[in-house]
Design a protein around this ligand. Structure first.
Ligand SMILES: Nc1ncnc2c1ncn2[C@@H]1O[C@H](COP(=O)(O)OP(=O)(O)OP(=O)(O)O)[C@@H](O)[C@H]1O
Length: 254
C-alpha cells in the first residue's frame, strides 16, 4: 500500500456551535486521486480549509506527513477570489513561484521560463499581459491552474474546480489533473458531478457532515451510500449541540 500524505484522525470542524465536519477519520494515500462529494452544505469546503490550517479543529488531528506549506497547492472556490485586483495574467501565474523568490526578488530567468511554460500548459499563450479582470470565468480558472502548475506542489486540493466552467475548459483542466496524477502527486477535488467522479477519480470520499464512505469510487458511490448521504442531509439540524459521539462504525478508513 502507498504511504500516506495526509491523514485525519477524528476531525471535527465547527462554525461557532455548528459542526460542519464531524468525526472524520481516514487518509489520502501518496499519489491518490480523490473526488470529494456530498450534498450542499456537507462540509466539503470546510474540510479543505481545515487541511489548509485556515480553520481550527474542534476535535481530532490532521497530519500533513512531512509536507511544508509550499508543498500544498490549494484552489479555493471561485467566489472566494477577488478578481478586481489589478494584476496581469503573467504576474498572477508568477505568484505560483513564490517559494522560489525572496520578498522583493524577481523571478530568475529559469523561473520566467517556467511561468511561460505554465501559461502554455493551460492554453493561454498570448494572454500574459491581459488584466485578470478581463478574463472569462473559464480563462481565469486556467490562470489559477497555471499558478498551481508553477507552484509544483506534492498535494493539490481543488474546491469545485469545474463550477460554472464550459465543457472544453473542464476537459482541459481534467487533463491537467490527470497529468498531476501521472506525475505521482496526490490530488483531491471537491466535485459535484457524480458521473465525472465515476469516470475520472479512482478514489472517493463521500461526506454528509459525517463521513459516509471513503475508498474506491465504485464501492463508495453505491446507491445505498448516496441514499444515506441524502438522508443525512435531510436530517440536518443546524441548532444541534456541538458534538455527539459517533457510532463506532461511522469512522471510515481509506
Ligand atoms: N463562514 C461560515 N460561518 C458559518 N457557517 C458556515 C461558514 N461556512 C460554511 N458554513 C456552514 O457550514 C456547513 C458546511 O459548509 P461547506 O461550505 O463546508 O459545505 P460544502 O459541502 O462545501 O457545500 P457546497 O457544496 O454547497 O459548497 C454549511 O451548513 C454552511 O452553511
Amino acid at each position: 500500500m502507498n504511504a500516506t500524505v495526509l491523514s485525519l484522525q477524528d476531525v471535527t470542524v465547527a462554525y461557532g456551535r455548528h459542526p460542519a465536519v464531524h468525526h472524520l477519520s481516514g487518509a489520502f494515500a501518496s499519489g491518490s486521486l480523490t473526488g470529494i462529494v456530498g450534498p450542499n452544505g456537507a462540509g466539503k469546503s470546510t474540510l479543505l480549509k481545515a487541511v489548509m490550517g485556515q480553520l481550527p479543529l474542534s476535535t481530532g488531528r490532521i497530519r500533513r506527513e512531512g509536507l511544508r506549506p509550499a508543498d500544498i497547492g490549494y484552489l479555493p472556490q471561485a467566489a472566494e477570489i477577488d478578481r478586481s485586483f489589478p494584476i496581469s495574467v503573467g504576474d498572477m501565474v508568477a505568484l505560483g513561484a513564490w517559494r522560489h523568490v525572496g520578498l522583493f526578488g524577481g523571478l530568475t530567468r529559469q523561473g520566467t521560463e517556467a511561468a511561460r511554460a505554465a501559461v502554455a500548459a493551460v492554453g493561454l499563450e498570448g494572454f500574459e499581459r491581459r488584466p485578470i479582470a478581463e478574463l472569462s470565468t473559464g480563462q481565469f480558472q486556467r490562470v489559477l491552474f497555471a499558478r498551481l502548475v508553477l507552484q509544483d506542489p506534492k498535494l493539490v486540493l481543488l474546491d469545485e474546480p469545474f463550477a460554472s466552467i464550459d465543457a472544453r475548459t473542464t476537459a482541459d483542466l481534467l487533463a491537467i489533473i490527470h497529468r498531476w496524477h501521472g506525475e505521482g502527486r496526490t490530488v483531491a477535488a471537491v466535485v459535484h458531478d457524480i458521473a465525472q467522479v465515476r469516470e475520472y477519480f479512482p478514489q472517493t470520499l463521500l461526506i454528509a457532515r459525517e463521513p459516509v464512505a471513503w475508498g474506491p469510487t465504485a464501492d463508495v458511490l453505491s446507491t445505498e451510500n448516496l441514499r444515506q448521504a441524502r438522508a443525512m442531509a435531510e436530517a440536518w439540524d443546524d441548532d444541534a449541540a456541538l458534538c455527539r459521539a459517533p457510532e463506532p462504525d461511522r469512522a471510515v478508513a481509506a
